[in-house]
Design a protein around this ligand. Structure first.
Ligand code: NAP
Length: 274
């Protein structure tokens, strides 16, 4: 699988796995763990979660799924913005590490831009890095102005909404990040809760390729350099289908059709958050 290279040379595969809504229902637990493990076997080793997903329930599922496989995965989790303070981050990180059953988080993100001064969050992140509790830190739901305020430094990645119906970042944030070699993690790449699964244009293109609309949406996002896509699939068969999207090559005609039905931004758009 192609990968995106982080500042220190770490290669992260372009197709990962999301976990929002996992850990919510006890009777789905085994299937969710099996789905994540299926993805790991297929090389979808970047696993995204957050302390806020089902109050730690999703992190617990990840912890169970990666048992015995820790060295093969790249774990991304998030601290909620209101807890991204010098006083609260150490405990938030410790709790995530316990739930994930690991002693290091690969990438620790601040979940959205909140009220806490950025310098304070950065100092707290750097302390965790120095202590070996996280390998990289980064941001989520930060727009260009937030990234510029953050300034040059050790931010390793920014995670934002990006799918064919949510293209606002193509105007500024995505090129800004690409020019600086800052990896972008695209969340809700199939439109969240399956919204794009029945999209007429995507279905039309999918039929030409013997594929599904979900696969077209994934392949469309993955055409962007420096981008890691993190679809959530709670069923092994969906994970396998998502993996197959890596082999789907959209033609210029496909891309033109998407541009007509779901046009790129023609100016600045406010960053949309989930
Ligand atoms: P998504 O990945 O766009 O869509 C997930 C939905 O699509 C689920 O209902 C899933 O069903 C279904 N699905 C997945 N693969 C499928 C396939 N091949 N065929 C048919 N249906 C399929 O939405 P998302 O969960 O919002 O986003 C992905 C991840 O991004 C999240 O899980 C989370 O880790 C992250 N995220 C981050 C933020 C942030 O603020 N940083 C916000 C939102 C999301 P099943 O579960 O039944 O397979």
């Amino acid at each position: 699988m192609k990968s995106v290279t982080f500042a220190d040379g770490t290669a992260v595969p372009v197709l990962g796995q999301g976990t929002w809504q996992m850990g919510r229902r006890w009777f789905r637990r085994r299937r969710e763990v099996a789905a994540l493990r299926t993805g790991i076997e297929l090389g979808m080793t970047c696993i995204d979660t957050a302390e806020s997903y089902d109050e730690g329930g999703a992190e617990r599922i990840v912890g169970e799924a990666i048992a015995g496989r820790r060295d093969r995965v790249f774990i991304v989790t998030k601290v909620s913005a209101d807890r991204a303070t010098r006083a609260l981050i150490p405990e938030a990180c410790a709790a995530s590490l316990r739930r994930l059953r690991t002693d290091v988080i690969d990438l620790y993100l601040v979940h959205w831009r909140g009220e806490v001064p950025l310098e304070e969050t950065v100092v707290a992140f750097e302390k965790l890095r120095a202590e070996g509790k996280i390998r990289f830190w980064g941001t989520s739901n930060f727009d260009v102005a937030d990234m510029e305020e953050l300034g040059p430094g050790h931010c390793a990645a920014n995670q934002v909404l990006y799918h064919p119906e949510a293209r606002g970042i193509e105007h500024d944030l995505l090129p800004w990040s690409q020019e600086r070699g800052l990896p972008t993690m695209a969340y809700s790449p199939i439109g969240q809760a399956g919204r794009l699964l029945r999209h007429k244009t995507l279905l039309h293109i999918a039929r030409r390729h013997g594929a599904t609309a979900a696969q077209v949406a994934l392949a469309w996002g993955l055409r962007q350099p420096g981008l890691i896509s993190i679809p959530k699939a709670g069923r092994p068969r969906h994970v396998r289908a998502n993996h197959a999207a890596l082999a789907l090559e959209l033609t210029p005609e496909d891309l033109r059709e998407i541009d007509v039905a779901l046009p790129p931004p023609n100016g600045k758009q406010k960053l949309v958050i989930w």
